[in-house]
Design a protein around this ligand. Structure first.
Ligand code: PEP
Length: 252
């Protein structure tokens, strides 16, 4: 039985001081909430401090990316063992901003995913079509390719603990969310593919969350479909009371 997961992706926002200030207030605001997994993804410099501020709370920490090698001459990169040591439990992979601006591909996402799993991190793997692909009627084909290639070599057992994030690129940071029907169609399609490729049990346990301009006032219609298991939230995760409100709404 899947419980909803809400993850806040702070992108390149908040200093360590601001991130810790948020975390300390946030943990108090959500401490009574059960039946929901809550995750915050600060920028790298704040991962450790936020994990410490959230210690023994019901909020976990994610990193926003990882490199696949354990250590070595890779200036600017951060490895999975480093993130796990810093207190991260999750890692976002293949966010559309990484794919568009920093050259991530399904193949590099796949390498990162295996490195994450080897270090005990739970991947949150982002997939989603561009507006041009949707307009051309290619959405489901694009999702198939992204999911299949990003998850290459993954076992059914591994899949069952993972999170996929369906994030239509045209809905990220634009204020234009997918309709509940559009999200449901994509999620149901992805889960059906997961059943085919990994088996029914694993597909039923894997979380598929929606991302793209989720706010407190649209989370309910978006996340009530049987195949939508919560949300990956960008802009609306930056303000502490609003984000706590959003988390509360998903289980209301
Ligand atoms: C995201 O960053 O993954 C995202 C969905 O952003 P926003 O909620 O701002 O659209």
């Amino acid at each position: 039985m899947r419980i909803p997961l809400i993850a806040g992706n702070w992108k390149m926002h908040k200093t360590v001081h601001d991130a810790v200030f948020f975390a300390k207030e946030f943990r108090g605001l959500v401490k009574d909430l059960t039946g929901v997994d809550i995750v915050i993804a600060p920028a790298f410099p704040a991962v450790h401090a936020v994990a410490e501020a959230l210690r023994a709370s019901n909020v976990a920490v994610a990193a926003q990316d990882v490199y696949w090698e354990r250590e070595g001459a890779f200036t600017g990169e951060v490895s999975a063992p480093m993130l796990a040591d810093a207190g991260a439990e999750y890692v976002i992979l293949g966010h559309s901003e990484r794919r568009t601006l920093f050259g991530d591909t399904n193949a590099t996402v796949n390498r990162k995913l295996h490195a994450a799993v080897a270090s005990g991190l739970t991947p949150i793997v982002c997939v989603g079509e561009t507006l041009a692909q949707r307009d051309a009627g290619e959405t489901l084909v694009v999702l198939d390719r992204q999911v299949k290639e990003s998850l290459d070599g993954v076992t059914g057992e591994q899949l069952s603990t993972m999170v996929l994030a369906y994030e239509p690129v045209w809905a990220i940071g634009t204020g234009r969310n997918a309709t509940p029907d559009q999200a449901a169609e994509a999620h149901t399609h992805i889960r059906q593919r997961l059943r085919q490729w990994f088996g029914i049990d694993s597909a039923e346990q894997c979380h598929i969350v929606y991302g793209g301009s989720v706010k407190p006032d649209n989370i309910r219609p978006l996340a009530t479909h049987i195949d939508v298991d919560g949300a990956l939230v960008g802009g609306a995760s930056l303000e502490v009371r609003g984000f706590a409100d959003l988390v509360r709404k998903v289980i209301a």
